[in-house]
Design a protein around this ligand. Sequence first.
Ligand code: SF4
Ligand code: SF4
Length: 472
Amino acid sequence: MYNPKSKKAEEFIDHQEILDTLAYADAHKDDAALIDQIIAKARLKKGLSHREASVLLACTLDEKNHEVYELAREIKRDFYGDRIVMFAPLYLSNYCVNGCLYCPYHAKNHHIPRKKLTQDEIRAEVIALQDMGHKRLALEAGEDPVHNPLEYILESIHTIYSIQHKNGSIRRVNVNIAATTVENYRKLKEAGIGTYILFQETYHKESYEHLHPTGPKSNYAYHTEAHDRAMEGGIDDVGLGVLFGLELYRYEFAGLLMHAEHLEAVFGVGPHTISVPRVCPADDIDPGEFDNGISDEIFEKIVACIRVAVPYTGMIISTRESQKVREKVLELGISQISGGSRTSVGGYAEEEPEEESSAQFDVSDHRSLDEVVKWLMDLGYVPSFCTACYREGRTGDRFMQLCKAEQIHNCCLPNALMTLKEYLEDYASPATKATGERIIAEQLQNIPNLRARAVVEQHLAEIEQGQRDFRF
Ligand code: SF4
Ligand code: SF4
């Protein structure tokens, strides 16, 4: 029985409710009057239910779809301005006891090299990442209680935060590790993590069980209820995601929004981020084996519909996607992207020979961080290395209250400009620096509060003189 407040996975992601939602969406996919009502509600920018958003996703009327895309662009601009937050993944270990059929790290893949970084190797990786200019990392590790116990993850987080190299520092470590206990989430919180991210992969229980035949991850309920345990352990920023291509995208879309509604209903705060990866090629993995692959057009529509359904939730895209696709979805809703990523264990300090690749997936966007930063600015965006909210304790409901009061703008743009300035001073190529200086001068005029603008101008001058780490 569907119940968003239930703590049981099969009740807050109720299969029958999803089927009913899809049937409802099919029945109304060309119902112009209902679609107009839903778009009118979405224009209030307070979000949509999974049913309403599913109707928009199913909609076959070109004119209405066009309105949804326009509204997604408007919400993106209103909530996130021109800012795009930058991050990089850091793979600690690809040892894994699970049997996920879509991932090259699955335990039965005996030909992929297995690696686990030592603390010294982590130092080398972090220095390489700092030398690129990164401030925000997403830690990745397979699930293996022997090779990657929680103590190893905690020690690694400690190592990462402790490294100060030249003007570099990692200021926020987000963590993407397997579902675990409340106690362990508490320890991660104490270690100072930002967001805990866990992809559901698929919300369809039967498919989930087929795709996860072995290992602890095969327990659908334990995995699906992990974000609740993370919240109970004190982590109030959690990230959701599905791997599009494993199941019917409309099913996943409804499940994803039901999960967001569940977090809001139980904890009073929805997900901090939603990631939208698609199945892509990797060692031992052929995306053609999964028959639910989605076209770029559908992918863009999913991004637009998520944007109008959950305006306050950041959306993340990785270098799995090509430059072309990334460009399109940035305007429709994506607010965070990775740049200069390596998806292998130890790939930053030293490039791996292809035949020894330990990568989790093939990267489509191979550009350096500097190239990505320049490209974003050429498109009119402001790449941001901001980590201020987490460091100011603006997490969970405090963060959401600020967003909902529309006060976040008074923090985000100033912080984006100051962190971009740091990047330009310390890491940018001359061409990127020239473009960046122009963007900062233009965007300063968009800080509405004149006092804040003056403070930013002052700090920009201080950054030029060597000071770092200002934030609102
Ligand atoms: S998806 Fe995660 S849990 Fe599954 S095999 Fe890959 S690393 Fe292991
Ligand atoms: S001020 Fe907060 S919400 Fe805005 S970019 Fe920085 S961390 Fe994100």
